[in-house]
Design a protein around this ligand. Structure first.
Ligand SMILES: [Zn+2]
Ligand SMILES: [Zn+2]
Length: 297
């Protein structure tokens, strides 16, 4: 592990970060969702993602690549278990190269999947992660095999309930892109018939003290809007569920993309602050402050 300095990745010495936090808190947010080529469907090194964060005027970036899972579970879209050390090494290398300019952090996008929770719990406990995203990915072959039926509404309800199951494990700081299921059967996406389910799911997530993500990459999916949809953001706000913005960048140029629009969406939903995480601790930023920032894109 590199020595403890304010911009070191995966340092567990939080006291050494105090000066840095004072300098940046309440001014500007980190990119909280970005990938590496280790997941086999992203391009660019962590160093290049950090450079993109710098161009966007962001003080930090957390690299959150897709976690290794057991039994070759959707191995075609995530790093292999034996690549874990390489993951830590390339993020630490980026942290070193950008020290003093961009705070590069080791994070993880970990899948929630029934039967694999203990594996993920151990993985998170054993590693010095700054931020852990919990994801349900309904587009994987395993998910489709195990949960897809011929009834889209039933599948959508299954998915939303699984988000609450994920939050209730207590393993994750944030639940990602929390309406991704809409892109599985976009012709059968009618939010009105799901609102009761979503309300109950959000009650459970609020009680679990887990944040939720506003993911700007939804604009590139079949239903071209950020995840989740605006009314769901309102329902999250009614329950005081904090929100982390993430670009879910699979190429460096997407770092920070859509943040001003995401901040405006959150304001419309009633939010006045947004979070990111450092060393698993929430950092709060006033949306009014973040909107004043001179965004690089
Ligand atoms: Zn991905
Ligand atoms: Zn992601």
């Amino acid at each position: 592990m590199p020595p403890s300095r304010p911009t070191v990745t995966c340092s567990i010495n939080t006291s050494s970060h105090t000066a840095f936090h004072t300098a940046h808190n309440n001014r500007m947010i980190y990119e909280s969702h970005s990938h590496t080529p280790l997941c086999k469907h992203a391009q660019g090194t962590p160093t290049e993602y950090a450079a993109a964060a710098h161009r966007a005027g962001m003080p930090g970036i957390t690299i959150t690549c897709h976690n290794p899972m057991p039994d070759r579970f959707s191995v075609h879209v995530r790093m292999d278990p034996e690549q874990w050390d390489e993951y830590i090494r390339i993020v630490a290398q980026a942290a070193e190269e950008w020290r003093g300019k961009v705070d590069v952090r080791l994070g993880l996008e970990a899948d929630y999947y029934p039967g694999h929770v203990d594996f993920v719990r151990k993985q998170i406990a054993e590693n010095p992660l700054s931020y852990v995203i919990g994801s349900v990915h309904p587009q994987t072959p395993e998910y489709r095999r195990d949960f897809r039926t011929d009834d889209p509404l039933r599948d959508q309800i299954t998915y939303f309930n699984m988000l609450a199951d994920a939050a209730e494990t207590g393993l994750f700081d944030c639940i990602s892109h929390p309406d991704l299921i809409k892109n599985e059967t976009p012709d059968d996406w009618q939010t009105e018939r799901l609102l009761d389910t979503i309300a109950r799911v959000l009650d459970r997530i609020a009680a679990s003290n887990t944040a939720m993500e506003l993911n700007t990459s939804g604009r590139y999916k079949k239903i071209t809007e950020m995840n989740p949809f605006p009314q769901m953001l309102q329902m999250m706000h009614e329950r005081e569920i904090p929100v982390v913005i993430g670009a879910d960048a699979h190429v460096p140029d997407r770092v920070g993309e859509g943040y001003p629009e995401a901040l405006a969406l959150l304001q419309q939903a009633g939010y006045d602050e947004v979070l990111y995480f450092i060393d698993r601790q929430p950092q709060r930023v006033a949306i009014s402050q973040a909107l004043q920032y001179d965004w690089g894109k």
